[in-house]
Design a protein around this ligand. Sequence first.
Ligand code: ZN
Length: 379
Amino acid sequence: MKNALVILAGGKGKRFGQKTPKQFYKIGNKSILDIFFSNLKSSQFEVIILSIDKKYRKKVKHSMLDKFKNYNIFFSEPGKSRQQSSYNALKKLNNFKITNVLIHDAVRPFCSNKLIEKILSKLNNKNNCIPYIQYNDRQIIKSNKLDTKALNIQTPQGFKFDLIYDAHKELKNYSFSDDASLLQQLKKKIYLLKGEKTNIKITYPDDLVYLNIFSKPKIKSGIGYDIHQINKRTKKGLKLCGVKIPFSKLIGHSDADVGLHAICDSIFGALSMRDIGYHFPNTNKKWKNVDSSIFVIYCREKLLNEGFKIINLDINIIAEKPKIGNYVEIMKNKIGKLLQINKSIISIKATTNEKIGFIGNGEGIAAEAVVQISDEYFY
Ligand code: ZN
């Protein structure tokens, strides 16, 4: 018994209204197709055929390689219609002595492994199995007559391979919108199975909101701490959170901006990417007296590469002097600009050390930052 999966990802998605076909639309660092593959239990199928345009193949194969390297994955050429794409994939499968085949639209990324298992198991004693759902909303047809029997058909649709392959051969000049329609046209009995309401089809840009609901966002936190010694022989040159303050400067390899350094470390922490000293070693002359803004911009790029965005940033400045209350808004503006985030999600608090210890006696200034990042896509 051999099971195969056909994934149709050749659609141009005209209704989606974007240049990139919707199955490659990226939410964070994952495309809609990636979401499907990351959920898919690979052991259910001996052969997987992906119907996809040549120019996108390299990208997809790369994202699947790790998980599916022990499986037979092949590409097939999309046709002019969905039916043609499906037929091309089945022609390719014909060499593999397949018993059952599931044909799935790539734009339904939330199809569960449980549904796949149910369909495969039904194919043990039926020659097809088609998932459907029924909405609770009253359905009417355009003439305003009640149509209480309307069912919404989903994919993956399961078939005995020979049955659906023969149907495609016989009806190759038609253009049906799904594979079950071919069996209906040939007056074959359709076996329905309750599908899943979460098995949404992404058709319009509005549908992207479901990606938020069904793909659980990753939220991570990071903490950063930094302290620098005050150079008491100076009267100016202090920089805190990217803002110049007329006060003794801090001693450090770069501009010694404890605020920005703590922010960077919190971001590195959230991304599990070691710390600021690793990325910008103070043994490297390149970073001597440099404006710490460039470290923050570097962190912003790292966040972007990893598909994350900041959802909250809380900073503590611990100093006996100077008073920074008047600078808080300017600091927020500066940090907001560097990280390209709204300043409403930035908090800056200041505290003294109650004259205790080396901060209390004015030897140094410290800063702490806690950041929260998320890969959630906000539509
Ligand atoms: Zn530092």
